[in-house]
Design a binder for this molecule. Sequence first.
Ligand code: FVH
Length: 303
Amino acid sequence: MTKHQNTQNTQVTVVGLGLMGRALAGAFVREGLDVTVWNRTASRADDLVAGGARRAGSVREAVEAAGPDGLVVVCLTDYDAVREVLDPLGGLLDGRVLVNLTSGTSTVARETAARVAAAGGVYLDGAIMATPDGIGAADATVLLSGDFGAWTRHEKTLRLLGGRTDHIGDDHGLAALYEMGVLGLMWGILNGFLHGAALLGAAGVRAEAFAPVAKQGVATVAGWLDDYARRADAGDHGSPEATVETHLATMNHLVHESEALGVDTELPRLVRDLAERAVAAGHGGDEYSVMIDVFRKRVGTSS
Ligand code: FVH
């Protein structure tokens, strides 16, 4: 077990030892922190206790172990579980910093922040953009939003969760919104890859042969995002590299190809129908970045 001088004797409590919670607690244990853990199913703490963590008999005992101005990290299935675990604590949170790394919406993050504040605690909401085995790695991203003072107080400890851990703003809902944005991007890429692999599979091509070409395609499109961001912020969709109409023509090819090969057409149809709404609203000659206004419901709102 390695010990960093600057975090030795730092107390931290972790509530929730599922796949992710165990990874979070494990990162703190590996750095030699004074770690207390609690989980509804107590046996999930066994390996962490063997590694030096202390098992609390209750959530109350776990939170008390964090010390009067300590750090409590929560990672449970959902916010209903968070509420079930925290609400009985009442004023015990007083002065403590509670970092909630459970996934949820920005609305429920802000509501939870208000409840924690009412109990005297200070709240940071977080979004983990890594899998459990990536926790603690230099490229692991954990975004935190909420009280900046709480962040600066525990920054050294929280940065142990990943090299790209950072505070992104005071609005408690921000981390959740970033997580929603990245998850939407993730599913778009994964669904696109798997749909493409289904198409190629119909022609006898293995997904492993498609993967290198797909990764190059993802890298190429990633290179467009800075310009799309500028266009989206400026509302500037002129001087197109490729118009919505050009995209729409090839979207029809994808629908027809999928039909011909017996591959599901629902995803390509959805993409095409969205583009058709932009064209019908007079934006066929614009850069594809204008689609942000379809998503903002400023253009081509569905009937
Ligand atoms: N796993 C991942 O890769 C992703 C990465 C991005 C962030 N997510 C979010 O992290 C939250 C926890 O996810 P998880 O993968 O650790 O989930 P599980 O392994 O199913 O563990 C769930 C823990 O929650 C406890 N729990 C559930 N309901 C209650 C409750 N009512 N009272 C107390 N604890 C509860 C559960 O306890 P037990 O079943 O072991 O007794 C686990 O500790 C999640 O928001 C992901 O979206 C992970």
